[in-house]
Design a protein around this ligand. Structure first.
Ligand code: ACO
Length: 323
């Protein structure tokens, strides 16, 4: 017998406002055609002026809890991945905790940019395996529209806002790769690559700042590092890419998603793709894709899923789980 962190609920929330690529043509030297062919993005959602990351996170959390048949009071912990929290402190996670009516346990944010959800899942898994928590809500939520430089066509057309959440519960398995739940995780970072993707402001530099990215340099790292971390995570679980039902990748760019799948020897039929509708929602993109993938009828109980992501840091990683 072995304890496993099993997904028992999933949900997401997207802000009402949908912005098609064509909207950028009015203010930037860009086109729907360029954005579509270079990134695969067709539209994205932007939060309303008074809508914050914890608002999006709470809506996604409520949907995931409903799916699991639980309430906030049933939770032991909340781990929230974000780089765009409402306030410098307290954490967005504690704000969500209060709004869910959860008065015990603990809540904290994880910041690993686009790899944030993979890091959060890995942390939540460790909490469950070490017996520190039995039920953990894992959320990815972002309002990247707040850190866009609207004059920089090479970045502002790529990102969107949204939130997704999973409920993880400690359930017993056999300790084999047939078990439901998280089977392995693989986390990496290399701070030498800071300048490829960062925000040029923060508390200690006394400004909010804007996202800066050397897109083609990040691209160069992405496919190799993503395929390698996915294969490492599969190997740790005693599996290989032939066992995978779904790759649920970070949704940054369709060409990165296609390149990674190809490198892993898997066809696009085995990949959940939402980048066309959401853009890059950073830490929210994987739970959004898991939730939409389930809604579409793609992801079914028992399916073997590999999630993988890379982002600012650089930070990257993968999680293998059986749904
Ligand atoms: N419209 C029209 N032209 C544009 C636009 C635009 N919106 N943006 C850039 N261009 C131009 C550039 O200025 C450049 O012109 P030049 O050749 O005259 O200099 C040309 O298009 C090509 O630019 P590249 O940057 O080389 O284009 P590329 O094919 O690499 O695509 C992109 C750019 C989409 C950003 C791609 O590099 C990418 O997706 N990179 C990875 C992004 C990513 O995965 N980030 C990680 C996660 S994000 C996170 O952690 C927060």
């Amino acid at each position: 017998m072995a304890s496993r962190a099993v997904v028992t609920g999933v949900g997401h929330y997207l802000p009402e406002r949908i912005v098609p690529n064509a909207e950028f043509e009015a203010t930037l030297d860009t086109s729907d055609e360029w954005i579509r062919t270079r990134s695969g993005i067709e539209r994205r959602h932007f939060a309303a002026k008074d809508e914050t990351t914890s608002d999006l996170a709470t809506r996604a959390a409520e949907a995931a809890l409903k799916d699991a048949g639980l309430t906030g009071e049933d939770l032991d912990a909340i781990v929230l991945a974000t780089s765009t929290a409402d306030l410098t402190f307290p954490s967005a996670a504690t704000m969500v905790q209060a709004r869910l009516g959860m008065t015990k346990g603990f809540a904290f944010d994880v910041q690993a940019v686009c790899a944030g959800f993979v890091y959060a899942l890995s942390n939540a898994n460790a909490l469950i395996l070490s017996g520190q928590a039995k039920r953990v809500l894992v959320i990815g939520a972002e309002t990247f529209s707040r850190i866009m430089d609207w004059t920089d066509r090479s970045t502002c057309v790529l990102f969107g806002d949204g939130a997704g959440a999973l409920v993880l519960e400690a359930l017993n398995g056999n300790g084999t790769a047939d078990d439901r739940g998280i089977l392995s995780t693989d986390l990496n970072s290399d701070g030498r690559y800071k300048d490829l993707l960062y925000v040029d402001g923060g508390v200690s530099t006394q400004s909010t700042g804007h996202l800066r990215m050397q897109g083609n340099q990040v691209f160069r790292h992405a496919v190799d590092k993503l395929a390698k971390t996915a294969e490492t995570a599969l190997d740790k679980a005693g599996l290989n890419s032939g066992d995978v039902d779904w790759i649920v990748p970070h949704q940054a760019n369709i060409r990165i998603i296609q390149g990674t799948a190809k490198k892993m020897g898997l066809p696009m039929e085995n990949v959940v793709v939402t980048v066309q509708d959401h853009g890059n929602t950073s830490a929210a993109s994987i739970p959004l894709a898991l939730s939409v993938g389930k809604e579409r009828g793609q992801i079914k109980p028992g399916d073997l899923i590999v999630t993988e992501a890379i982002g600012g840091g650089l930070a990257w990683g993968a999680v293998v789980l059986r749904w």
